[in-house]
Design a protein around this ligand. Structure first.
Ligand code: TMP
Ligand code: MG
Length: 286
């Protein structure tokens, strides 16, 4: 069916159930399908040759437009809050206010740097960001088959759009909801637009005022891609889900988090920097 599912990185708790969903997605075809994906560490790579790749926030944090002092403060925030973000032993109720704190403090620091809109393309070009291997086939398959791709990101929208633009895959079937910057008349960053999207509020609460999912109401089959437990609610705003296949990238603290990921995601990809499995499933379905 999908040879890529035999890869050593693949873990599935209920293989029969997963095969059933994939078969149904194929029978019902591309016209009923939509894909919802996280961006940072899901479409972009977590690491390369033992080195971490940057998130859309990190791209700004480590760029030349941020002062040394700003860079240090942003790094300190990351070192304090990231372990909390991925801690399997803390509840969502504990994590949420701390994530709001992280994003708010990080955005305040970025605003202090007077970042210019015109600098973003160059900052992205100079960064070490990488999309996962196979990204071109992924975006191309969806575009060719007119399957909508919704990128739901707690990262920085202006940066992530620039990444996919530079990779020549920002096609017309791609829609992004994320944290967007606002600039003054001189093109200098003044603030981030509301609502603030962090790892654990990626759900309908931040989609008020968009009718994206309502417009796609006939697309009741979903493939959801994420790397965080917070990504699991990204499809909650869809009026009627018939079949959903949740694919989770388990990038970090693999042993500690395996159990929870296997419970929550239908397919778990452990330390897999490619989109091979997703592409294999799409090739079979479309
Ligand atoms: P997402 O992948 O769920 O959309 O979340 C964005 C990631 O960005 C999340 O894993 C935390 C990370 N992040 C940073 O790297 N630096 C920051 O300053 C902030 C606020 C978030
Ligand atoms: Mg992510």
């Amino acid at each position: 069916m999908v040879p890529e599912l035999e890869k050593a990185t693949v873990r599935i708790r209920q293989p029969e159930r997963v095969r059933g969903i994939i078969r149904t997605l194929r029978e019902q075809g591309g016209a009923k399908l939509q894909v919802i994906s996280d961006f940072d560490m899901t479409l972009s790579r977590f690491g390369c040759n033992g080195r971490r790749c940057p998130t859309s926030h990190n791209i700004l944090d480590t760029s030349r437009v941020v002062s040394e002092d700003g860079r240090k403060k942003l790094k300190d925030l990351l070192h304090y809050y990231y372990p909390i973000e991925i801690d399997p032993n803390r509840t969502l109720e504990e994590k949420c206010p701390l994530m709001v704190e992280w994003w708010t403090r990080a955005h305040e620091l970025l605003v202090q740097q007077k970042i210019r809109k015109d600098d973003i393309a160059q900052i992205v070009r100079e960064s070490e960001v990488m999309l996962r291997d196979g990204f071109k086939e992924f975006f191309d398959q969806l575009h060719k088959n007119s399957v909508p791709l919704f990128i739901f990101s707690a990262g920085v929208g202006d940066v992530l759009e620039e990444i996919i633009r530079q990779a020549s895959v920002f096609y017309s079937n791609v829609n992004v909801v994320s944290n967007y910057m606002d600039f003054d008349d001189d093109g200098v960053l003044t603030h981030f637009k509301a609502p603030l999207i962090h790892t654990y509020n990626k759900n309908n609460s931040v989609l008020q005022g968009t009718d994206y999912f309502q417009q796609l109401s006939t697309r009741t089959n979903i493939i959801l891609l994420g790397d965080s437990m917070g990504d699991l609610t990204m499809a909650d705003g869809i009026p009627s889900v018939e079949n959903i296949l949740k694919i989770g990238f388990l990038n970090d603290k693999v042993e500690e988090r395996r159990g929870k990921y296997l419970e929550a995601y239908d397919i778990v990809l452990e330390s897999d920097e490619t989109l091979d499995v997703v592409n294999g499933i799409l090739r079979y379905i479309l």
